[in-house]
Design a protein around this ligand. Structure first.
Ligand code: PLP
Length: 637
């Protein structure tokens, strides 16, 4: 009986959604509203002859549950003391943090809040250049200096992988060698990436903490919130790693291993190259676990669009609590959407009660789609899903893991790969290669939408990304398989009917998409005008200064991307220096940031780029650059 009642008690606790429950009660009460928000209670809508259909479409509850008041038990997102606070505490428990904060403007805003809360002007942040644009804008706002580290490239698919541990360590050791380590405050890890690269967060953190024991980590888990509810993937979340590290450094066995490590390494000499190849261990007496995770709850759980959360496991949170609050105030609307807050509360309830089952099913479905496409005799002639072995270079898969269900591979082996490999692939993020069918990613996305009613988001030169989440079913799988089979059959017929000329044109198109892929450009460097010491081995720069320089039109010039002038300046100077963030969307990471020297590789890449929407670039005007004389003047300041 006691066990039975305990289970019921546990279910009840998880079932309770304090904010949503209260909002439902609120909607049923008679309320006289004498404040803003005419749609609250819906009278002006349902009594209207002209917009009543809106009320009928959305239903009365949407309006009955609207208010701009924070009294009467509704609580305030900006100063939560009641049911929002309880809902946030429950979400923190569900996601494995000490505390959490609901955010109603997407993870774009969550990221900016974290940057602004933790950073001061001049602080250095280690970050991959191809991370989401919200980080770059966050750094401009905070005035911190990005030290861009390039993720490993997957040139054949025109995409980046993720940040490996070695280049992060190298940057930290260089900072240490130059006496700048105290300015390194934060490491940003995109986990998982758009294309599904999942970092070994625990090992990354441990090795970084061995160099700087109070480093803070921001895990951008916009896509990965659901992973908490998979017993396999949980260990690779920022919160999973934070919990594991807290436990590890208290373990006497770890202390013994650390003492042996310390005895073998001695005083860490940052110029010693062997440190890059060995696994570094942090001092258990020095280490501080300071981890922030941002999740787009709307991307992988049942929250309304823009519902996001910041989850915190920071032993020293008390030292930043005030600045966190300021940053939260800076970015949060004074009119946050009540339905969004309620949906965050409800998404948490769902994941606590059925997340295990839903996520397990999504993973199973994703693995099945992968198998069906790659094993289908007709489809696989033209379309293929990139396997983990193709998405992750072998040096980061020491276990030898190649694919789910590979012959002779057991669950124990998979768990070892999950525990130890530097990168793992999120099975639910499926890179579907379409180059061999003669489609570039954007074209293929268009055909899927217009002819097969299938929506996808991200594309690359020769692939599209198929994402599976807790909302997908076997009928979605059947829909996709049918569309691919129809397309493959149509190509077969076209090639057979078109004869040699058609086949030659097709081969040439496929070659251009699959083989003639542009190299992915590295970040390289900020212009000297934005560097404290141009001779420094570390590449951090004053991006904010470059950003504001571009506000003055007299400091900027435009050069057409295809013009001779670009080639001449690349060959003979003066250097081309970007005035803007240039961000192809999707996937939404910048290929240029303000103050960055534009290299030949970047120009070649841009000339070959196949997406239509490039933020910060207007093809009619050309590239917006900072003028050489303005740079000279700025440098002399
Ligand atoms: C890695 C990453 N972080 C953050 C975001 C922004 O999230 P949101 O759309 O919730 O603002 C995205 C969006 O695509 C993303 O890919």
């Amino acid at each position: 009986m006691e066990i039975h009642l305990s289970v019921l008690d546990g279910v009840k606790d998880r079932y309770e959604t304090p904010y949503f429950d209260n909002l439902k009660r609120y909607a049923q009460r008679p309320i006289g509203t004498f404040h803003a928000l005419p749609i609250a209670r819906g009278k002006s809508i349902f009594k209207s002859n002209w917009i009543r259909d809106m009320g009928e479409f959305y239903g009365a509850n949407l309006f009955l549950a609207e208010s701009s008041a924070t009294t009467g038990g509704l609580d305030s997102l900006l100063e939560p003391t009641g049911n929002i606070k309880v809902a946030q505490d429950k979400a923190a428990r569900a996601l494995g943090g000490d505390r959490s904060f609901f955010v109603t403007n997407g993870t774009s805003t969550s990221n900016k809040i974290v940057h602004q809360a933790l950073l001061r002007p001049g602080d250095i942040v280690l970050i991959d250049r191809d991370c989401h644009k919200s980080h770059h804008y966050g750094l401009v706002l905070a005035g911190a200096q990005p030290l861009y580290i390039d993720a490993f490239p997957l040139t054949q698919y025109s995409m980046y992988g993720s940040l490996a541990i070695k280049p992060i360590k190298k940057a930290l050791l260089q900072l240490k060698a130059e006496g700048k380590l105290d300015r390194a405050k934060l490491v940003v890890l995109t986990n998982c990436t758009f294309d599904g690269h999942v970092a070994n967060v625990k090992r990354t953190m441990l090795e970084c903490l061995a160099i700087k024991p109070d480093l803070i980590f921001l895990g951008d888990e916009a896509w990965f919130g659901f992973a908490r509810f998979s017993p396999f993937l949980r260990r690779r979340t920022a919160m999973g790693a934070a919990a594991a590290i807290r436990e590890l450094v208290r373990d006497p066995e770890y202390r013994r291993r650390y003492e042996a490590f310390k005895a073998s390494v001695g005083k860490m000499d940052p110029s010693d190259p062997k440190l890059l190849d060995m696994e570094l261990m942090p001092d258990p007496d020095q280490v501080r676990v300071r981890v922030y995770e941002t999740d787009s709850v709307h991307k992988s759980m049942s929250a309304l669009r823009q519902g996001s959360i910041v989850v915190v496991a920071d032993q020293d949170f008390h030292t930043v609590e005030a600045s966190f609050k300021e940053a939260f105030f800076t970015h949060t609307s004074t009119s946050p959407n009540l339905q969004l807050i309620a949906s965050l509360d409800v998404a948490r309830r769902q994941m606590e009660l059925e997340g295990y089952e839903l996520v397990g099913r999504a993973i199973q479905l994703a693995i099945e789609i992968r198998r069906q496409i790659n094993g289908h005799p007709l489809i696989s002639k033209y379309f293929r899903v990139a396997t983990p072995a193709e998405m992750i270079p072998a040096e980061y898969r020491k276990s030898g893991f190649t694919d789910w269900g590979a012959p002779g591979w057991t669950m124990t082996d998979t768990l070892a790969a999950l525990d130890n490999d530097e990168f793992y692939l999120d099975p639910t993020r499926i890179t579907l290669l379409c180059g061999a069918a003669g489609y570039d990613g954007t074209q293929f996305k268009g055909v899927l939408a217009s002819e097969h009613d299938i929506q996808i988001n991200k594309t690359s030169r020769n692939s599209v990304l198929v994402q599976i989440n807790i909302n997908n079913t076997r009928s979605d799988l059947a829909h996709l398989i049918k569309a691919l089979a129809d397309m493959a059959r149509a190509i077969d017929t076209r090639l057979a009917d078109g004869g040699e000329a058609e086949q030659a044109a097709f081969r040439a198109r496929v070659k251009s998409l699959v083989e003639d892929v542009p190299d992915l450009p590295d970040f390289q460097r900020f212009h000297d005008a934005f560097r404290d010491n141009p001779k420094s081995a570390t590449q951090e720069g004053h991006m904010r200064e470059a950003y504001y320089m571009a506000y003055d039109a007299a400091s900027c010039e435009y050069v057409k991307l295809d013009s001779k002038a670009v080639d001449e300046r690349l060959a003979k100077g003066p250097e081309l220096v970007s005035a803007k963030f240039v961000i192809p969307y999707p996937p939404g990471f910048p290929i240029m940031v303000p103050g960055q020297v534009v290299t030949k590789e970047i120009i070649t890449f841009m000339r070959k780029l196949d997406v239509k929407e490039i933020h910060g670039y207007d093809a009619r005007k050309g590239l917006e650059l900072l003028k050489p004389d303005a740079l000279t003047k700025h440098k002399g300041k």
